[in-house]
Design a protein around this ligand. Sequence first.
Ligand code: ADP
Ligand code: ZN
Ligand code: ZN
Length: 653
Amino acid sequence: MLSLAQWLADYYLQPLGEVVFQCLPGYLRGARSHVSTRVKCWLLATSDVALIDNLRQRSPRQFEICEAMRARQSGLTALDLKKINPNWHAVVKALENKKILRWDWMEAKAGLPRVTGLPQLSPEQDQILGQIEPRLDSFAVHLLDGITGSGKTEVYLRLIQSRLDAGMQVIYLVPEIGLTNQLIERIERRFGSCFAISHSGLTDLQRYRAWDRFRRAEVGIMLGTRSSLFSQCDNLGLIIIDEEHDHSYRQEDGIRYHARDVAIKRAQMLDIPIVLGSATPSLESIKNCARDTYFRYRLDQRPTQFPPPRLELIDVRNSRFEFGCSQRSFERIEQHLAAAGQVLIYLNRRGYAPIVMCHECGWQALCRHCDARLTLHQSVPRLLCHHCGFSQAVPAGCPECGHDEVKHYGIGTEQLEQGLQQRYPQTPILRIDRDVIASREALKSRLQQLQSGEPCILIGTQMIAKGHDYPAITLSIVLDADQALFSASYRASERLVQTLFQVAGRSGRGDRAGEAILQTRFPEHPLMQALLRHSYREIAADLLRERRQFGFPPYARVVMFRADAIKLEDALQKLEQIRARLTSAQDFDALSCVGPMPALMTRRIGRYRAQLCLISEDYRVLRSVLAQAMPALEDLPSSARVGWSIDVDAYEL
Ligand code: ADP
Ligand code: ZN
Ligand code: ZN
């Protein structure tokens, strides 16, 4: 683990101490003492049968305990002993003194799965397992590139089983929202209690306990989100990263790293395999498949009856809308509900309405601390900033010109829910977004309703877009993806395409065919046309060509310097100082340096942000410039007034 921490610190240019902190459970980072979760267990210390038989006459109580231990090789806990003899303590002490008994910490054996009729593998699954299994004993990256619902998870589970059978342990990473009860139950049914879970919904102590059980090999599987990657154990045999394209694997605050990339490094250091899976693999991974340590496998069929639906575009340029839905969408919703299907509506905007403004003078409700609009939330009711949490009362009239009315525009999930509830009073409307899912329990109860298979409408933000498997969903609707077509981010197209394929892939997973529709005002946009005609793989290949042409990642590497300050000039000036130190490095001219310039959303949480970006298609040049400049950079203070940080492989430019 220390070597991995060292590598992470070097690669991401972060302080080693902080990285080591990151690798430990939060619970151990404070000045806390170790809490033992272990259980003492007594075992026979001798195999001398005569010695024990001798006790039968002379000391029946001692003999009784030894007999019980002979019957249970794994040992007896204090509780077990108490059931045999309430005064077991003195008896056990005597046996210990005779060296007939000894005690140890309980180590539950990994790999005692509860197998209950495994599904017959599809020919595709079978073939892939046949190819991966012979390669389990050394480092390789296996990319499972399989359409939504094609049975990737089943492949992971078989691989886990085969590692547990070999006495090894497995780390299984899922995105933050991927860790639903559905998956947990599926794993429990397969592996019994042989796994630990770790995610941000648990307390530090709970996460520590999971970490500790895995470390002591009490469980064979660590199922968790990003930071579970740092789970320690002596016998790691496999790492799995489900939905490897997901953004939650990238840590964006504190130590910045990409869990997928660090996991690949860990696997390489340990010479063990790593399996990445996705229906919409990242462009990085697709490109990496050209390397000889990468293997790519395709799953093109669902084991169930129906393929994932193709997206159908609905041209809404001349449509009449009600709370964001076109008449055509209503028709589809009604038809699917009447056929007892469940409907999923994806709208990646929480709150009631994203724009509040005055019609007379053009005033808009903006955040006092960020370059962002305030969103109207009606349940509160207040105007909220989604970036810093600032909130203020909804003004009765325009604060600028005094006009007696302010209006709101645009649709958020809150308004959609209200509208659908009025239109379909008999149908349960389940909304899932950060405002209503304060706890995992709230999420659980909604997901249980989905599981029941009753017709209902599920609406939500990206929380509902991926990962789940609810067979009764037959219709997926994307209300508004147009904004992403004109985003300033070079990753926007990739992300949009991934989301749309994922949302479409939620439907038609059961015994009825699915349908997926997308409302758009730009049906002629090349990306929309591509969505209609091509598979994700073809679109990804096109996007990769584009990235190569423009010299963007993954064909170039990016190192971003970020600064933030109360005044914009201070942030820019700090980056000027950094730039000056970089320019003195040999080879500096061989890379492109963009900035200093204000960041995309310049003011955020009351601070101005600026950036300086180094880009190079030659990674060695980039590293060499950084290596030369780092000593000088380390002398540059980062203070509360002007802070700065380095972001290696920055996600956004
Ligand atoms: P993915 O991980 O690719 O989305 P899953 O592994 O969740 O796909 O499989 C989708 C559905 O198909 C699940 O309900 C799963 O139980 C089922 N399934 C997977 N493999 C098989 C199989 N070989 N036979 C029958 N059903 C399967
Ligand atoms: Zn006004
Ligand atoms: Zn704000």
